[in-house]
Structures are given as structure tokens and as C-alpha cells.
Design a protein around this ligand. Sequence first.
Ligand SMILES: [Zn+2]
Ligand SMILES: [Zn+2]
Length: 209
Amino acid sequence: MNALGASFVVLVGQIGRFSWMIIPVALIIALEAPELRPVIIQPLGKVKDSEVQAVTKKLQRMLAVQVIVYKAVALPKSAFYQPRSRYRAEKLLDFLAPMAPDQGSILGLTDVDISTAKGKIVDWGVFGLGRMPGQACVISSYRLGKNIEKVSRLERLARVAVHEVGHNLGLPHCPTKNCLMEDAKGLISTVDSETDFCKLCRKKSAIIR
Ligand SMILES: [Zn+2]
Ligand SMILES: [Zn+2]
């Protein structure tokens, strides 16, 4: 709105007596183009282009966000968990958070196994993890099976991305069956059944499309 307001003043100054024509145009632009929240995809290590594309498309279709894809960076050594030879998701979030854009999120995307503490389990493998509310989340394709299954690996990855970015936007786990914010609890069958946001979640967030 501020940028539009500024250009409006300049236009009025230049066009003088025709300024009455400019006012409604400026207002229409302001109403129809709300600023999209930026979501950065940060590939961590080697990630397939098809995965980046599937996640980008799904995020833009399900949420009013603008996706920006960064160049891949190496997985940070600080997140490596030696006892299980995998990466700690919460440490990946610590690594990603300083790179988050203003008013937006950063989504780490990786093919390696990621884990975090869950209740009494010290190291529990996960599909993804997102701060809530917060600006960083991370997802992994490692536990998402093969593309030959009924719901493809890429679609599963894209759904997990929407779920974790949803947490960043302040959406908690949802009790509604088949809602994208349902807690998968490590079950791929739950991810496969999650096709859309439910009415409850839609009421909570204006960013859901
Ligand atoms: Zn969750
Ligand atoms: Zn829901």
C-alpha cells in the first residue's frame, strides 16, 4: 500500500487536472494485489529439480505465498547426529532461521533422513518439522516411499511442505480427518489421506487459498 500511495502522489503531480482519473485506478490495484508472503525454498545437499518444482507448485496453489528458490547449500555439520548417522531437524531449523525473509518463511528441503525428539523418544525420524509460529521449517523425502505408489513420492513431499509451512503460519495440528494439518504421527497413510485444508483451518488463516 505504501508503494502504491507514493506512486499515486507522483502521478497526480505530473498529470495535473486529469488526476481524478488516477484515483480509482490506484485504489483498484491496491485492493486486487495483496502482498504475497515470501517462502524461500532452500535445498540442503543434493535435491532433485522435480522435488523443488513439486513443492513450489503445491505451496503456490494451496497458500497465498510467493516462492523463491535458493541455490543448494551443504547440510550443516552442526546438525549431524552421529549415533544414527542422520540430521537433527531442530538444528537444521536453527541453521535456516537467520536466512528467513521478513514476514515470510524458509523451507529447508533435503533427501537425507531427519529426526527430532518426540515425547520420551530421544531421536525419532520425521517427514518434516516446522516452528509454530515461526519462520523456519524443514522437510525430507527420505521416508516418503517410491513414486510407483498410489500417491506419488512428489505429491507426498508437497503435502508435507504445505503442512510445515502451515505451522510457520501459526496453524496447529488439526483433529479433522484428511486435513493437511492433521498430525501424520510418522504414518505415510495419513499423508496419503490429507488432500486439503478443512473449514476449521481455513477460518484460522487468511493465507490458505
Ligand atoms: Zn505437524
Ligand atoms: Zn484442519
